[in-house]
Write a protein that binds this ligand. Structure first.
Ligand SMILES: Cc1ncc(COP(=O)(O)O)c(C=O)c1O
Length: 338
């Protein structure tokens, strides 16, 4: 996927032309991986363009920044408005959204405190990450020889640029070996996640996904799929998954902003279930696409409309409802899984 090289990019509050959105080679982030970022999507729905769970994405950006001691003078509403303004300025109907917070140009050395915290928001067209065919037929993947970061090394819960050095090793190995994606284990040898997506398995009617303690990024799609699965009456367990459970699962699927919901049809050349998209994956994929495409009522308040102010108000009311529901859920559900 190449860039068109046109459009406007938000940099520290100013919209600049794509070709002018540059930073100095001596910026700290280039040398020391001192950046945190987000990946969200805006979809064209019958009621207009809508960002999916923009609040959750921008909240995660703030929390990633908090872990790395990067303060930026925008609150949650400010971040969301900056994204919406950038989409409007570019007149885009649908797009992938990439906000990034990074240590910029001042001096070089491991200590990032001397460098400013800068921010940018860029947008581009990004189709099906693992290919359109994979959404229906499933993809062929391998278990990576690289593990995910050990606990207390690089924080997996922060979506930091540094973590993607590990992701890139997993992805390059998979592609070089003829697979489309890799599944990484954690340092205990249990299933963690894909290079850029979370993973679910289905076994005997129960849906399982690794907990945050298995070195995963707390995915927003993962959270949405857990919610949708429970809405559909499924039991979902956040639980440690041994490697061999991948080979004995009835269904396996990836979820993520880029990958959306993509079935896995083989792992290490061992067929998963019937070797094609299974019924639970298909139902969840349908439920997910119905929400993001605005085909069903947005009962969880997940959509932020970009252009229509009335719809935005409805979405904000939905988000408030969702916040209240999340607060209630938090009283019932242990926050870091079981
Ligand atoms: C390593 C990793 N895990 C999981 C995910 C899925 O997260 P989300 O659903 O919030 O996009 C991503 C994508 O951002 C990722 O890069």
């Amino acid at each position: 996927m190449g860039f068109h090289g046109t459009g406007k990019i938000w940099m520290n509050g100013t919209l600049v032309e794509w070709k002018d959105a540059t930073i100095h080679i001596a910026s700290h982030v280039i040398h020391y991986g001192s950046g945190v970022f987000e990946g969200a999507r805006c979809y064209a729905t019958p009621k207009g363009s809508a960002c999916f769970r923009l609040d959750a994405h921008m909240r995660r950006l703030q929390l990633s920044g908090k872990i790395y001691r990067m303060a930026y003078p925008l609150d949650l509403a400010g971040w969301q408005n900056a994204v919406l303004d950038t989409i409007r300025a570019n007149g885009m109907k649908s797009c992938y959204i990439r906000p990034i917070l990074y240590r910029g140009y001042e001096s070089l050395g491991v200590n990032p405190f001397t460098c400013p915290v800068d921010a940018a928001i860029m947008l581009w067209d990004w189709g099906a990450y693992l290919g359109k065919e994979a959404l229906e037929q499933g993809c062929d993947v391998k278990v990576a020889s690289w593990s995910r970061m050990a606990p207390n090394t690089l924080p997996a819960m922060a979506k930091s640029t540094a973590n993607y050095a590990n992701s890139a090793l997993i992805k390059m190995e998979a592609i070089s070996d003829g697979y489309s994606e890799g599944i990484a284990l954690d340092v205990s040898g249990n299933v963690s996640e894909g290079s850029g997506q979370n993973l679910f398995i289905v076994r005997d009617g129960t849906i399982h996904t690794p907990p945050l303690g298995s070195s995963i990024l707390g995915g927003i799609t993962r959270d949405s799929i857990v919610t949708l699965a429970r809405d559909l009456g499924h039991t979902v367990a956040e639980t440690i998954i041994p490697r061999e459970a991948l080979y004995t699962a009835d269904e396996v699927f990836f979820v993520g902003t880029a990958a959306e919901v993509t079935p896995v049809r083989s792992i290490d050349k061992i067929q998963v279930g019937a070797g094609h998209r299974g019924p639970v994956t298909a139902a969840l994929q349908q439920a997910f696409f119905d929400v993001i495409n605005g085909e069903v009522p947005d009962t969880h308040g997940w959509l932020s409309y970009v252009y229509d102010e009335e719809a935005q108000l409805r979405a904000q009311r939905g988000a408030a409802r969702r916040g209240r529901r999340a607060a209630e859920d938090q009283r019932q559900v242990p926050m870091f899984g079981e």
